[in-house]
Design a binder for this molecule. Structure first.
Ligand SMILES: [Mn+2]
Length: 241
């Protein structure tokens, strides 16, 4: 049972245009193809106060991509390029993530989810990478993924999940990681610019953030690896004491 945090967006379908709970299909499909059950998690203010009730229902938590996190969450003023945040979503995901890491529930953060994992653990973000890097290769256009190479630390959970230490990834982010959150280690770097693209907690069974998009690559084993970790964690819990 894999909970995937969804976004709230104004969306259009059929005759309707209204606020909708939204998630790209590739996330749910990737989980299902790996034999998992995908549960879409809308922002829930009860769960902000009591994340355990919801976390007890799932074996793994995926933090999906999406809009910029409100910079107040890491004590910063918004940069001119930082999009308006969705406070309900930020609060929900920050609360679930902190508690999931405490409980050692497997967590996979993708793009915004990687940034969220970092902020949840006390880290900060670089709000607009082009200011620092002088190029827009990580997100050259609003509606396409770019390709760049990533190098992952050999032996890291991220490398084992990706099945290789050096590969080309799908990229679509204008923000990056600043100060790393408590216990997080950098385990992946973009090439050639060297920015941090993956982080993880080596003291957890699986708490990994990737700034790139394995769910957009049908060949990527990352979602299947995550589902396998979640299944192993559940089997461990179900062994009678
Ligand atoms: Mn990138």
């Amino acid at each position: 049972m894999i909970g995937i945090c969804a976004s709230l967006e104004e969306a259009r379908w059929g005759a309707w245009q209204e606020l909708a709970v939204l998630l790209p299909h590739v996330y749910t499909l990737g989980v299902q193809r790996a034999g998992g059950i995908a549960l879409m998690l809308p922002p829930d203010e009860h769960a902000v106060r009591d994340p355990d009730e919801l976390l007890a229902l799932i074996d793994g938590l995926i933090l999906a991509g999406g809009r910029d996190i409100g910079p107040a969450a890491y004590g910063a003023q918004p940069h001119a390029s930082t999009a308006d945040p969705c406070p309900e979503r930020d609060l929900f995901e920050l609360s679930l993530t902190r508690r999931a890491v405490e409980r050692d529930l497997p967590v996979l953060g993708i793009c915004r989810g990687c940034q969220l994992l970092n902020v949840a653990l006390g880290g900060s973000l670089e709000q607009h990478l082009p200011d620092v890097l002088g190029h827009e290769e990580h997100s050259p256009a609003p509606d396409v993924f770019s390709d760049h190479d990533v190098r992952l630390a050999p032996g890291s959970r991220a490398a084992r999940a990706a099945g290789e230490v050096h590969h080309t990834v799908k990229s679509h982010h204008h923000q990056g990681l600043g100060r790393l959150g408590e216990g997080l280690e950098a385990v992946g770097w973009a090439e050639p610019d060297g920015i941090v693209e993956a982080v993880e907690r080596s003291d957890r069974r699986f708490a990994v953030g990737m700034l790139f998009h394995p769910e957009e690559d049908p060949e990527s084993p990352v979602l299947a690896s995550f589902v396998a970790h979640a299944r192993a964690a559940r089997d461990e819990r179900e062994v009678p004491a």
